[in-house]
Design a protein around this ligand. Structure first.
Ligand code: GLN
Length: 287
């Protein structure tokens, strides 16, 4: 263990934090830079030209951040934010950390829905609101509704809509598995639901399992509950001709998701690869 820097020099703190983080990470330098630049509210390159020093208070806080990180708290929960689809999203442990793979779902949603006149879009299990807000921001004539069962998650989603100045998105607390809307008014339904089967929870890294909300990770069943429910209730949500766009898991999970919709007679089904070439974005047209 390297000793804690006694002065406020940025490069000393960078070296110290990178060394501490090397205990748990391979991209330790990158993460040291990300944490320190977030603390100092500057860009990574500004770290290397900054003449300023860390104040006593900043040094203390940074030490605390690094010790939390070494104990396994994800960096995004420490800084309180992450980037998704080019925008800033605040996060806390009430919401799943937005994943880069999910940006592909946003791409597919934009591509499928942007030509429509004032599309009505609903996002099931909105969490931080990353999908709903990104789509609303990119399709300015759309009206987007983000639903979640968790009031704490919705508070973060509201905050994110506001910091990104997106006003064509609204949020509502509801239990998707129990309530349907009064009429099927949506042109697009987006969903990245909890899909880890309960018996696979033990295979997740402790970093994820111990910190990210259980409610957002697993349905406490086979990981298909939300897809199955959607395959049974889609016509209560969306108009004929509209799109269901979902993210699925890894391995044989996408295939199982497809089977839910096959069984209910849906015919227009398509998989789209995410940025890792995994076929995980699933698009269904409801006729
Ligand atoms: N829709 C949110 C996201 O994609 C939350 C997903 C979830 O909580 N399962 O990040």
């Amino acid at each position: 263990m390297t000793s804690v820097p006694q002065d406020g020099q940025i490069n000393t703190w960078l070296k110290w934090s990178a060394a501490e983080l090397s205990l748990i990470l391979e991209d330790n330098t990158q993460e040291a830079e990300w944490l320190l630049s977030s603390l100092l509210n500057c860009t990574k390159s500004e770290l290397y030209i900054q003449k300023n020093e860390l104040t006593k208070q900043q040094s203390k806080l940074f030490q605390h951040w690094i010790s939390s990180r070494v104990k396994g708290l994800p960096a995004q929960y420490i800084t309180g934010w992450t980037e998704f689809y080019g925008r800033r999203f605040n996060v806390n442990t009430s919401v799943l950390i937005p994943r880069p793979e999910t940006e592909r779902l946003v791409d597919v949603a934009i591509h499928s829905l942007q030509e429509l006149d004032n599309p009505q879009i609903v996002d099931i299990g909105t969490g931080s609101g990353c999908i709903a807000i990104s789509v609303a921001a990119e399709i300015s004539n759309a009206t987007v509704l983000g639903l979640d069962i968790s009031e704490d998650a919705l508070a973060i989603a509201e905050e994110n809509a506001s910091i990104n100045n997106v006003d064509n998105v609204k949020f509502l607390q509801t239990d998707f598995l129990r309530f349907n809307p009064p009429e099927p008014i949506y042109d697009g339904l987006l969903m990245n639901p909890p899909y880890i089967p309960e018996k696979e929870m033990s295979t997740l890294t402790t970093e994820i399992r111990d910190n990210e909300p259980h409610l957002a990770l697993t349905d406490n069943k086979d990981g298909l509950l939300f897809y199955q429910h959607l395959s049974e209730s889609a016509n209560k949500w969306v108009r004929p001709g509209s799109w269901l766009i979902m993210e699925a898991g890894l391995g044989n999970h996408p295939q199982k998701v497809k089977e839910c919709f096959d069984r209910k007679g849906f015919e227009h089904l398509e998989f789209i690869a995410d940025f890792n070439s995994d076929e995980r974005i699933f698009k269904v047209q409801v006729l």
